[in-house]
Design a protein around this ligand. Structure first.
Ligand SMILES: NC(=O)C1=CN([C@@H]2O[C@H](COP(=O)(O)OP(=O)(O)OC[C@H]3O[C@@H](n4cnc5c(N)ncnc54)[C@H](OP(=O)(O)O)[C@@H]3O)[C@@H](O)[C@H]2O)C=CC1
Ligand SMILES: CC(=O)N[C@@H](CCC(=O)OP(=O)(O)O)C(=O)O
Length: 401
């Protein structure tokens, strides 16, 4: 209870702590109160009382887009989170259904049924994870109460320049004021800004795997900003759960293919992050590939080292930069990062190798696209925004093999 007490004081200051009066409005907690009201003094009932007390002290979370891949991953990650309780879940085609009927692996979670966004009662939540398609997201977020903390997993608030958004996403931005407020949530790089943000634009999966190794190196002038070539590979869950011909088993299995060649919409996001790091325009060659695996992402990045810099300098700098980080890890010299080493975890594993061509380096970075590339980083960000230890709920090691 010590940590809950300190959480109480932190969150009371932020004015977002769950109060009993608010809680009884919530049907899910009501259910627990009814169960608890029949309690007498048996050990089982004691447990119910304890559960009730804990639920009353938790922050209330909404998951918009709970029937999708990133939404379900948030639910999985929150299952053992001590400070959060999901009180609202939305879906579109699957509105009205229970989570167990859509995702049998979540059947034992005690959760409210999913509702359409238009029927959602946002007074029952303190914060939301927005796991919706881009475009739709900005329309929905702009109608949410301004008191809500929001972590948006879509691309809608990532690009600072709304003209660039229009160019790459093919539609004008319809929530430009909110866009100005949004903080880009690459946690290890923008921690201070994220802590005080109300709206965090969670980075895309490719940009996460690419910027985490590159930003420290370009900031330290250890690599040249010209001729950066990025070859990335993603598991198919990166494309979401919606049915698309291009994602059929027969189109994906037993082969790989590039897509979005020269025009993938993550290009401006990657270039924005790198350009801000060095305060001058950086352009990159970026080609993503679809791999016959459900989750995982690798970025292999070819760079020219700065004059006089060595592979050891690059490794040493990355090692120091991420030394105290929980989730971004430089592997031992020569160790090759594999996507199977991060499956289901919030890790980003990185290593640097000498190219055969003198003066060049090859950087390899792997993440789970659904965790560090989406829901894990989103949870890391919400923890920061709520004054909760950043790694809470994220410490399970990867699934292996
Ligand atoms: N998948 C990944 O690896 C990553 C995804 N992202 C981004 O996160 C967001 C969610 O992605 P993901 O979970 O993969 O997507 P999914 O397609 O798996 O899920 C989309 C969710 O949004 C709901 N939805 C769709 N259209 C509407 C609408 N018009 N109104 C309200 N709800 C709607 C769907 O409901 P229903 O199922 O009921 O139709 C579903 O719950 C996207 O913006 C994506 O680009 C970011 C990083 C990585
Ligand atoms: C395999 C696959 O299709 N991946 C997605 C990227 C997933 C992601 O990060 O998308 P957002 O930018 O919308 O958040 C794509 O290439 O569009």
């Amino acid at each position: 209870m010590g940590s809950l007490a300190s959480l109480h004081s932190i969150c009371s200051i932020r004015g977002c702590f769950v109060k009993y009066q608010d809680e009884v409005k919530n049907s899910m907690v009501k259910k627990h109160c009814i169960r608890a009201s029949v309690a007498t003094s048996t050990p089982q009932n004691f447990q119910i009382e304890e559960n009730k007390a804990q639920k009353l002290e938790k922050l209330r979370i909404g998951v918009l887009g709970a029937s999708g891949y990133t939404g379900s991953e948030i639910i999985r990650l929150l299952a053992n989170h001590p400070n959060y309780q999901i009180t609202l879940m939305t879906a579109d085609r699957k509105a009205g259904q229970s989570i167990g009927s859509v995702f049998p692996h979540l059947v034992k979670q005690d959760l409210p049924d999913m509702v359409a966004v238009k029927d959602a009662d946002f007074s029952t939540v303190d914060a939301v994870f927005c796991c919706l398609p881009h475009g739709t997201t900005q329309e929905i977020i702009k109608s949410l109460p301004s008191s809500l903390k929001i972590v948006d997993l879509s691309a809608d608030f990532r690009l600072r320049d709304v003209n660039e958004y229009k160019e790459w996403y093919g539609q004008p931005h319809s929530a430009q004021e909110l866009q100005k407020e949004a903080v880009y949530g690459l946690t290890e790089i923008s921690r201070t800004e994220i802590k005080s943000a109300r709206l965090v634009a969670n980075p895309g999966c490719y940009p996460t795997s690419i910027q985490l190794p590159l930003i420290p190196l370009i900031k330290a002038n250890l690599i040249q900003v010209k001729n950066i070539i990025i070859d990335s590979k993603s598991g198919v869950s990166g494309a979401g759960r919606g049915a698309k011909e291009a994602n059929l088993y027969t189109e994906i299995a037993e082969g790989i293919h590039s897509y979005g060649v020269t025009r993938h919409r993550h290009v401006p996001e990657i270039e924005q992050g790198l350009s801000e790091a060095v305060k001058s325009k950086v352009t990159v060659s970026f080609t993503p590939h679809l791999m016959p695996m459900s989750r995982g992402m690798q970025s292999t990045i070819y760079v020219e080292m700065a004059s006089g810099a060595s592979i050891e300098d690059l490794r040493q700098h990355l090692g120091q930069f991420y030394e105290k980080e929980e989730f971004v890890v430089l592997l031992e010299k020569g160790q090759v990062p594999h996507t199977r080493h991060v499956r289901g975890s919030n890790y980003c594993l990185i290593n640097v190798f000498p190219d055969r061509i003198p003066g060049r380096a090859i950087i390899i970075s792997v993440i789970d696209n659904l965790v560090k590339g989406a829901s894990g980083q989103a949870l890391q960000n919400l923890n920061l925004m709520m004054g909760i230890p950043e790694n809470t709920g994220l410490l399970s090691p990867p699934l292996f093999p």
